[in-house]
Design a protein around this ligand. Structure first.
Ligand code: ADP
Length: 448
């Protein structure tokens, strides 16, 4: 195992990575942008170095600056967290070229899975079920023809997309042209390229994903599934494990499909294979080649530390257990607490956090936070302040604990979605787990 780890991230995920790295006896090196000089992740690390001004392009996304700090600080390995450079194949390549161990899959795997069309071609080659779609010639007429063939409603997606950006649901042929132009603009601005693909829009689907892990010896295991159907604008807000109310054989088939895909891609490290699930059928949508925001729900039910596994397999160790040893017990649910205003279409809010007290960490409860009282929430970065995660022997017990966690979170100074999430998890459709990805669209008005 290496001894000096650079964490190329900020906020709650940088803090969470430091916690495990510390437990493993690693020396933790943080990076920060100018406004983050006194941030929580900087205080927790053993050493910290500036990488540039507030704008992400000049700091947390600045490959040269990050590599320079890594080399100057004597780091041996780099953990990218999620977001920022975590799925940037050029960054992974730059780490390797600089002689640093990148905690994640090889650059080629990141590149392959980062292109949704290429990932789907690999999935098709191993006979994974896919939503009918089109990813060819980019001329508008070709899309019009494909949409007519597939049948409306259809969904336009950015091939390089992430975070739900660059996506448009199109219900009528006459709206397709404008939607293509809008999706292209958004894709270009967010990802630097505007290749689109088209899929049948699956109504009333749930988002179910499988956590997989691979090592350098060709071993691949899955650590159960998660349901992340509660989304707003295709962005997850509430997640849970295991995915409720899915017949066991289907969950197993989905997990095995995820493992097959990982094997086909010679996958290394933590990865998530995402599916749409509806009417006892599942369809592959994409694979994320990093740690997910929602990984704590998997950790709560399996008792495993996914960051520890990431570090170990990156260092060349074999997976610590085989599939027979992986067991889940109970149920875990997470909510993302974000600085945003539900009354104003959830626009990110900013300002100084005048008062913040997180609930106490007790058995069955977990708080993954990166912010404390006095911090300033800017509009430069992700609006997430932290995550509240509750475990229970049953889903009902987990939800009762989560309600308590939300009630014990006290905040003043910035507007958040706290009360909104509290109402959402008490909604009958959520309580009975009879939901799908359109839950918020249907109920947002009554939840605010
Ligand atoms: P991103 O990489 O931006 O997260 P995904 O392809 O993972 O994009 O899709 C994000 C979300 O959009 C999914 O979780 C799901 O809710 C919805 N979605 C994606 N593809 C479809 C589809 N074909 N039909 C219906 N909903 C979809």
């Amino acid at each position: 195992m290496f001894e000096r780890l650079l964490i190329a991230n900020r906020g709650e995920i940088a803090c969470r990575i430091i916690r495990t790295a510390r437990r493993l006896g690693l020396h933790c090196i943080a990076i920060y942008s100018d406004p983050d000089a006194t941030a929580q992740h900087v205080r927790l690390a053993d050493e910290a170095y500036p990488v540039g001004p507030a704008a992400v392009g000049e700091s947390y996304l600045n490959i040269d600056a990050v590599i320079k700090v890594a080399l100057a600080s004597g780091a041996e390995a780099v953990h990218p967290g999620y977001g920022f450079l975590s799925e940037n194949a050029d960054f992974a390549e730059a780490c390797l070229a600089a002689g640093l161990c990148f905690v994640g899959p090889p650059p080629d795997t990141i590149r392959l899975m980062g292109d949704k069309a290429a990932a789907k071609r690999l999935a098709a080659a191993i006979h994974m079920p896919l939503v009918p779609g089109y990813d060819g010639n980019q001329r508008e007429e070709a899309f019009t023809e494909a949409a007519a063939r597939i049948g409306y409603p259809v969904l336009l997606k950015a091939a390089a997309g992430g975070g739900g950006r660059g996506m448009r649901v199109v219900r009528h042929a006459e709206d397709l042209g404008a939607a293509i132009a809008g999706a292209r603009r958004e894709a270009k601005a967010s990802f630097g390229q505007d290749t689109l693909l088209l899929e049948k829009y699956v109504e009333h689907a749930r988002h179910v994903e499988v956590q997989i892990f691979g090592d350098r010896f060709g071993n691949v295991v899955y650590l159960g599934d998660r349901d992340c159907s509660l989304q707003r604008r295709h962005q997850k807000l509430i997640e849970e494990a295991p995915a409720p109310h899915i017949p066991r054989e289907i969950r197993e088939a989905m997990a095995e499909a995820g493992v097959e895909l990982a094997k086909a891609a010679k996958y290394l490290g933590a990865g998530t294979v995402e599916f749409l699930y509806t009417r006892d059928k599942f369809y592959f949508i994409e694979m994320n080649t990093r740690l997910q925001v929602e990984h704590p729900v998997t950790e709560m039910i399996t008792g495993l530390d996914l960051v520890e596994w990431q570090l170990r397999v990156a260092a060349g160790e074999a997976l610590p257990v085989t599939q027979e040893w992986v067991h889940g017990s109970g149920h875990a649910v997470e909510i993302r607490l974000c600085a945003e205003d539900p009354m104003r279409d959830f626009v990110p809010t900013g300002g100084r956090i005048l008062h913040l007290s997180w609930p106490r960490d007790l058995p069955g409860r977990r708080i993954d936070a990166g912010m404390i009282e006095g911090d300033i929430v800017g509009t430069y970065y992700d609006s997430m302040l932290g995550k509240l995660i509750a475990w229970g022997e049953t889903r009902k017990m987990a939800l009762a604990r989560l309600r308590q966690l939300i009630a014990e979170t006290h905040l003043a100074g910035v507007m958040t979605n706290r009360d909104f999430t509290r109402t959402a998890i008490q909604h009958p459709e959520f309580v009975s787990a009879e939901f799908d990805t359109a839950f918020f669209e249907r109920h947002a008005a009554s939840l605010i």
